[in-house]
Design a protein around this ligand. Structure first.
Ligand SMILES: NC(=O)c1ccc[n+]([C@@H]2O[C@H](COP(=O)([O-])OP(=O)(O)OC[C@H]3O[C@@H](n4cnc5c(N)ncnc54)[C@H](OP(=O)(O)O)[C@@H]3O)[C@@H](O)[C@H]2O)c1
Length: 274
């Protein structure tokens, strides 16, 4: 059986939708989520390690549970891997972060999890996902005045459509043996910068400073870890650390060209309602 965790999240729900339609595996896939309420769904909450039960699971598609301080995220992923070892899971497919993101503080729990898997007796595959085009749509949408002030400077991001990452993740998880021991860098094929984003949505690009962004992000509803997470994302893009395009891995695993990230950006930015 294949168990997909995080099935209600943005990435997990795309994978689950594809998996539900997949011919030949109608009963062989379960969808793990903290609050199950649909067919094939089972409760999986890494914050409740004693409740984890992966009995009968052959392949675990472990969607990272990345929101929180490092110790919390590491504890979650550690609990998942330990339960996989205990319950006889054969192969873990883990959604990580692109190596180009090593300057981002939230890379640390991803690298910890990769190291934990490498040191285990489990078979594993690491999907090093690039930053989503959808994330860019949220972080660099124009304001009501039609101006994009996201502090991207002259930097560009090799953003990738989340749907492409879902497609690759499911494909790998359904045939894991062919991908054992592989670390795949999954980034977009065309880096996008502020001016290009603005042109795509009929906006003007006038990047602000990181300090202004930090102030804007530090509202009363923000968890303490959130502003640094987002500000360092802007900073890494602006400094040019995230602009290396796909060298063919994503295209090869998809078996076609990646979805155009600029279109995904424009659609997400429009849906953000500003
Ligand atoms: N590459 C990028 O641009 C990017 C952007 C944002 C996040 N990420 C990372 O990639 C992951 C998936 O992205 P996403 O877009 O699907 O994020 P999302 O929509 O915010 O979903 C968060 C995910 O974390 C899971 N989760 C949270 N707490 C959990 C827990 N205690 N136990 C088990 N699962 C837990 C959720 O599962 P349920 O709700 O189903 O329980 C859900 O799948 C994120 O969690 C984060 O680590 C990557």
């Amino acid at each position: 059986m294949l168990l997909i965790t995080g099935a209600s999240g943005g990435l997990g729900s795309l994978i689950a939708r594809r998996a539900a339609d997949h011919p030949g595996h109608p009963d062989g896939i379960r969808f793990g989520t903290r609050a199950p309420d649909g067919p094939g769904q089972v409760r999986v909450d890494f914050d409740d390690p004693d409740s984890l039960d992966f009995t009968g699971v052959d392949t675990l598609l472990l969607i990272s549970a990345g929101y929180g301080e490092d110790d919390r995220v590491i504890a979650r992923h550690g609990a998942a891997v330990s339960a996989a070892e205990r319950d006889g899971v054969r192969h873990v497919v883990y959604t990580s972060l692109t190596g180009a993101g090593d300057h981002l503080p939230y890379a640390l729990p991803h690298r910890w999890t990769e190291r934990r898997l490498r040191g285990s007796a489990l078979a594993w595959t690491v999907l090093r996902n690039g930053l989503y085009a959808e994330l860019l749509g949220a972080l660099a949408a124009p304001g009501p005045d039609g101006v994009i002030t996201a502090p991207l400077g002259a930097g560009r991001l090799a953003a990738v459509a989340r749907e492409d990452l879902a497609e690759v993740a499911l494909g790998v998880a359904l045939a894991p043996d062919a991908h054992a021991g592989q670390v795949y860098e999954l980034v977009g094929d065309r880096p996008l910068g502020g001016a290009e984003l603005a042109a795509a949505v009929g906006a003007r690009y006038a990047p602000g400073s990181l300090a202004e962004a930090r102030t804007a992000l530090s509202g009363p509803d923000a968890a303490p870890f959130q502003p640094p997470m987002l500000v360092t994302t802007y900073s890494a893009i602006a400094a040019g650390f995230l602009d290396t395009p796909d060298t063919g891995t994503l295209r090869r695993l998809l078996g076609r060209s990646p979805r155009p990230a600029l279109e995904v950006y424009a659609k997400t930015a429009a849906a953000s309602g500003v």
